[in-house]
Write a protein that binds this ligand. Structure first.
Ligand SMILES: N[C@@H](CCC[C@H](N)C(=O)O)C(=O)O
Length: 277
């Protein structure tokens, strides 16, 4: 079966995007892994699928698959690419759309300056909602990783995040700690591991070891989670400029119980056709 796709990225977090609005597409984990494979497939951190909405008052269904084949709840950089894609492909003329994801409805806005602002929803702080196994709801919690006790903030941006503050993000043990945190027994759904260096009250540097994809050049939900964690810890004030290895995002948050707003670019790289077995 031949399948048309578009290659996109948000700050180097790269995606294969497929229009399944008029196509019944069976995406098994093995098929997703084959598409995402950087040597034998197209290559991407995540596969994004555009589907018709299944409920009233929503424009599309937005599905997200990690490179490891697992379907997940949310992807921030992907959300910005999603609105650019449906607009560029003529699937909608609206610059503001509402899309359903596994973790609820989010609103995406393609601005006239080309940047995209996404209302990523209200962060979940209760450990059970992350999910994070903990009897305490303290903002900073100890997490035993090998011989180290890390101080993490666990929260959900629709998907699970564990954020720690580091002195120097370039020297952070992302490759060593990332896989151990991702699969830590206290995160039953696994977790995205963020390493944040605070530069000032409105500026951080961030690296994220993503669940199901490894370290990516940027993680949109990771940037939102880092800013929420930093604000809850009293280290940051909104808005915050987040420097990732792939570029910059601006994150705004008015505080507990309010949604996080993420603004950044969305880029189309090329179009193609692949053989899907
Ligand atoms: N790159 C994404 C997050 C993608 C999903 C994540 N790896 C997970 O498993 O939750 C982003 O930009 O938010």
């Amino acid at each position: 079966m031949k399948l048309r796709f578009t290659k996109m990225h948000g700050l180097g977090n790269d995606f294969v995007v497929i229009d399944a609005t008029r196509l019944a597409l069976e995406l098994t984990p093995a098929r997703v892994r084959a598409i995402a494979d950087r040597h034998f497939g197209v290559g991407c951190d995540q596969l994004l699928v555009v589907e018709p909405a299944t409920q009233a008052g929503v424009d599309f269904r937005y599905r997200i698959f990690n490179a490891d084949g697992g379907e997940v709840e949310q992807c921030g950089n992907g959300a910005r690419c999603f609105v650019r894609y449906v607009h560029d492909k003529g699937l909608t003329k609206q610059r503001e759309i509402r899309v359903e994801t596994r973790s609820g409805i989010i609103t995406l806005c393609l601005r006239t300056d080309g940047l995209v602002t996404v209302d990523m929803g209200v962060p979940e702080l209760a450990p059970a909602k992350v999910p994070f196994l903990s009897a305490s709801d303290a903002v900073v919690q100890p997490l035993q990783v090998g011989a180290l006790t890390l101080a993490i903030t666990a929260l959900s941006m629709g998907n699970p995040h564990a954020v720690q503050v580091v002195a120097d993000v370039d020297g952070a043990a992302v490759a060593e700690q990332g896989p151990l945190i991702e699969c830590h027994a206290r995160f039953p759904a696994r977790v995205n591991a963020g390493f944040m260096q605070v530069v000032g009250p409105h500026e951080v540097r961030l690296r994220v070891f993503e669940r199901g994809a490894g370290e990516t050049l940027a993680c949109g939900t990771g940037a939102c989670a880092a800013v929420v964690a930093g604000m809850l810890r009293g280290l940051l004030q909104s808005p915050v400029r987040v420097h990732t290895r792939g570029g910059e995002l601006e994150i705004a948050w008015a505080g507990v119980g309010t949604p996080v707003l993420m603004t950044g670019p969305a880029v189309t790289v090329f179009e193609g056709e692949m053989e899907l077995e």
